[in-house]
Design a protein around this ligand. Structure first.
Ligand SMILES: Cc1ncc(C[n+]2csc(CCOP(=O)(O)OP(=O)(O)O)c2C)c(N)n1
Length: 622
């Protein structure tokens, strides 16, 4: 007979403290089963959460949340934290109005950071610990950061500062599973593997014995022996980046051994009374679920709904990301100056096939978007044609590099920007709601927003011969069928008229072209004549804009970008500059952060589904 389940009885962290080791192990198993079952239905972050079960339980037993603050870097690994802080209904995970996929302050007093862009938690933690110190509060601040997130520059800026300010009761948990999505790039990645290598254990023991047997005679000899010991120790036990910075380091701890974890956390608490302390835990991404462990690409890091037996997606379809990757690969076969760069997201930005065929021409920088763009500038300056494949919201990180390193130098870097506009279940921090604004303002930047897969390939074809920087932004979504490659280039600045009309002319961008056209067809049935133009280049704009505009009584712009600084403002400015007097009505995303949810639901909630668009266009005309 299987024992009574424990998970339903865990209503708050305190409930964990009365459990025995055996019960905790049972609970860890129940949590893993729960995660696999729930995420197989809703999709979500699977393997990071399977890997952090014991660490989360140990943290909530050792610390007193929310008095002590646990800050999750990225926050994608906080599902277990949600489960033990009173949130066990995962049926609406990441849906509109449902449980969010990251920590959320409106959901729980145990949640603090909801940003979900990597490498930030150490800065928040330092701020929090300094404030505690200043206010005389003796609470702990615990930042949990993955080895992947530790490849981001902001984490080092914070560490550098922590080493100087050294507030008490600041604890950093490095959750080291050796992977971002793919194996983690860079020096940090070597840390755990060295320490867990049996040869290292052997060397440590043997050399330790030899060192202990060294004689200590007289002072100079003593000093010599000490230095000798140190340098031999350095050889087999190189200092960590934390040691080097003077931050107390302990580890590596087996992150699935509850006893060891709790002991390490108790020690860390004691150390942290004096100085910031790092606890390095080694975990297995996807722990307990074979299909995740066996997945070589990304261990099923983030998934849609899937079959539990195999881990395979329930719905497999060609996505715009795949099309971008295939068009890029096609071009890479034709031209050997093309190189691709990804900030730790090779597979999810469609670069996997190119990386398999041309491993030397696909560069993973780690979660380092600023560096990725700077690197592209260097490559372009030296005659290559780099493509930075990146999500819209993560490119925000590299705004200064876009502006200063690429655009100021007029370098022909191609930005292949995925997840533009309303992105969906990942919520406020992942919507690509700002790219048209932040790209359009950059001098010399060409900005394309293809309406479908064929246009995406056509624009990419244009990009290979662009004289300066060019950005092509497209949404997350299905692509239909793969266009025959190569697709004819689309001349920069040339829009496409889709429908005639004289009551209003609608200028729509990217994924909004289709609903705009459908809305115009609906309005035709109501006796309104509405023209539609696919404004596929947001910068530069088509010089025919004023012609179209004067032929209609109203101009309506539709974009899946915030109105502020967006395409609609550009249209209004250009018409004003050319002295065209026609009312311009701009439709776009509102001036607020949008929630999680399927893209269609989120767009409908801001009046941008077909019916609402038809209504809004009709109101503009009225
Ligand atoms: C600035 C930024 N770039 C990219 C991402 C996408 N992303 C989310 S989680 C992740 C990997 C994180 O690896 P790690 O911190 O080691 O956590 P793990 O998933 O391995 O537990 C990446 C690249 C992000 N959230 N933020």
């Amino acid at each position: 007979m299987s024992p009574d389940p424990i998970l339903p009885h865990v209503k708050q962290p305190a409930d964990l403290r009365s459990l025995t080791q055996g019960e905790l192990e049972q609970l860890a198993g129940e949590i893993r089963t729960f995660l696999v079952e729930q995420i197989s239905e809703t999709g979500g972050h699977l393997s990071p959460n399977l890997g952090i079960v014991e660490v989360t339980l140990a943290l909530h037993r050792s610390f007193d949340s929310p008095r002590d603050r646990i800050l999750w870097d990225v926050g994608h690994q906080a599902y277990v934290h949600k489960l033990v802080t009173g949130r066990q209904d995962f049926s609406t995970l990441r849906q509109f109005g449902g449980l969010t996929g990251y920590p959320s302050r409106s959901e729980s007093e145990h949640d603090f950071i909801e940003n979900s862009h990597a490498s930030t938690a150490l800065s928040y933690a330092l701020g929090n610990a300094l404030a505690n110190q200043r206010e005389g509060r003796d609470a702990y601040t615990i930042a949990v950061i993955g080895d992947g997130a530790l490849t981001g520059g902001m984490a080092y800026e914070a560490l550098n500062h922590i080493a100087v300010l050294r507030p008490p009761r600041l604890i950093i948990i490095v959750n080291d599973n050796g992977r971002s999505y793919a194996p983690t790039v860079g020096g940090i990645a070597a840390l755990a593997h060295l320490r867990f290598d049996p040869r290292y254990e052997w060397a440590k023991k043997t050399v330790g014995k030899v060192l202990r047997s060294l004689p200590a005679i007289g002072e100079p000899a003593d000093e010599l022996a000490r230095r000798l010991k140190e340098s031999v120790k350095q050889l087999i036990e190189p200092g960590t980046v934390f040691d080097a910075m003077g931050i107390k380091y302990s580890g590596a701890i087996d992150g699935h051994d509850l006893d060891a974890l709790e002991e390490a956390l108790e020690h860390a608490k004691a150390f942290a009374e004096e100085e910031p302390t790092v606890v390095h835990v080694v975990t297995e991404k996807g722990r307990g679920y074979e299909p995740a462990i066996n997945d070589e690409i990304d261990k099923l890091h983030g998934v849609g709904s899937f079959e539990i037996g195999t881990g395979m997606p329930k719905k497999a379809e060609l996505k715009l990301t795949d099309v971008a990757g295939k068009a890029l690969l096609h071009a890479a076969r034709e031209r050997d100056d093309i190189v691709a760069i990804s900030a730790a997201m090779i597979s999810s930005t469609g670069l996997k096939e190119m990386a398999d065929e041309f491993p030397d021409r696909v560069i993973d920088t780690g979660i380092a978007e600023q560096h990725a763009v700077g690197l592209a500038a260097g490559l372009a300056m030296s005659g290559l044609r780099p493509v930075v494949a990146i999500y819209s919201s993560f490119l925000q990180r590299a705004f200064d590099q876009l502006m200063m390193d690429v655009a100021l130098h007029e370098l022909p870097v191609v930005f292949l920007i995925d997840r533009a506009g309303v992105t969906g279940p990942d919520g406020p921090s992942h919507h690509g709601a700002f790219d048209l604004s932040y790209l359009r303002m950059i001098p010399g930047m060409t900005v394309g927003a293809p309406a479908d897969a064929a246009e995406l390939c056509g624009m990419l074809q244009t990009a290979w011969d662009a004289a300066g920087p060019i950005a092509i932004r497209f949404p997350k979504g299905a692509a239909g069928t793969l266009p025959g490659l190569p697709v004819e280039p689309i001349p920069v600045g040339e829009w496409e008229q889709i429908r005639e009309g004289d009551d209003a002319f609608v200028f729509a961008v990217g994924r909004m072209v289709d609903p705009a056209t459908k809305a115009a067809i609906m309005l035709e049935q109501q006796g309104l004549s509405v023209g539609v133009v696919n404004a596929r280049w947001v910068k530069p704009m088509d010089p025919r804009l004023s012609e179209w505009a004067t032929s209609a009584r109203h101009v309506v712009t539709i974009e899946d970008n915030v109105l502020s600084g967006g395409f609609g403002e550009g249209v209004a400015d250009m018409l004003a500059a050319e002295g065209v007097e026609v009312p311009v009505h701009t439709i776009g995303l509102p001036d607020r952060f949008l929630p999680s949810g399927a893209a269609g639901d989120v767009l409908a909630s801001v009046g941008m589904d077909v019916e609402s668009l038809a209504k809004r266009i009709a109101e503009s005309i009225a």
